[in-house]
Design a protein around this ligand. Structure first.
Ligand SMILES: [Zn+2]
Length: 248
């Protein structure tokens, strides 16, 4: 019982950090002056140019022992693939969830080891956060991640340089498809409605299986998959979606 109580406290602590990180990150995401050039170069991706009815669902901040299995169940029920951006610290604790993701055809991306705020951190610190996480993912699944999603959406010239060197594409999300599913009190209905209303081919949709509102996110996933499959949409991993890019 003592161990359970302790884990819960850590969970609350992390949620607060995540909340702060996400709020700060959203700010820099919208404002980085070189974002467009990096997208052109293909080092940053936030949406794919395609006419095909395909999108990528992405789930951040897990794995979570309670919510990640619910999300995986919903994806399995609808035969959909997704991409999970994992925190190395949590990946280490739940290797069986990584194995399940991999076995069921999902992609696993790197979301740093401890989800820190990268502002004012040294290059060495950032590299260590990324490397440690990639190592855990590769050791557990046999697959080296090819995608990195910076915690809180942090972006800088140094980070881009570092990711290029590590052969990582920086996977952002489509601005219109941020339903804020992680906010407490956000219902599954509202999350699903937001995504269904804004859906367009090639989008990268951000969701969170690793936040305290994760049960609503899992429920929303089941709902939106039903509706969007009826509309003819396919659900691919981010790497699969990138391959659909139609050059102009
Ligand atoms: Zn995150």
């Amino acid at each position: 019982m003592l161990i359970i109580a302790k884990k819960k406290n850590i969970g609350v602590f992390f949620s607060t950090i995540l909340f702060l990180g996400l709020s700060l990150g959203f700010y820099s995401f919208a404002l980085h002056p070189n974002m467009k050039n990096w997208i052109k170069e293909g080092i940053v991706v936030s949406q794919v140019n395609t006419q095909q009815k395909a999108v990528a669902l992405t789930f951040d901040d897990g794995p979570d022992p309670n919510y990640t299995p619910l999300v995986l169940n919903a994806l399995k029920k609808h035969g959909a693939h997704a991409t999970f951006f994992l925190m190395g610290k949590r990946a280490q604790d739940y290797p069986e969830l990584l194995k399940r993701m991999s076995l069921e055809g999902h992609e696993i991306g790197n979301h740093s080891f401890s989800h820190p705020d990268f502002n004012n951190k040294s290059k060495e610190f950032i590299l260590e956060e990324i490397k440690k996480t990639s190592e855990i993912i590769e050791k557990t699944t046999g697959i080296e991640p090819g995608l990195f999603r910076p915690p809180g959406g942090y972006l800088s010239y140094d980070l881009v340089k570092l990711c290029k060197k590590e052969n990582l594409i920086i996977a952002y999300w489509t601005y219109q498809q941020d339903s804020k599913d992680w906010q407490n009190g956000m219902s599954a209905d509202r999350i699903a409605d937001h995504i269904i209303k804004h859906i367009e081919p090639g989008q990268i949709i951000i969701l969170h299986d690793g936040c305290p509102n994760g049960h609503q996110t899992a429920k929303a996933t089941d709902m939106l998959l039903s509706k969007l499959k009826e509309k003819g949409y396919n659900f691919l991993t981010v790497s699969e979606l990138i391959k659909l890019e139609e050059k102009e």
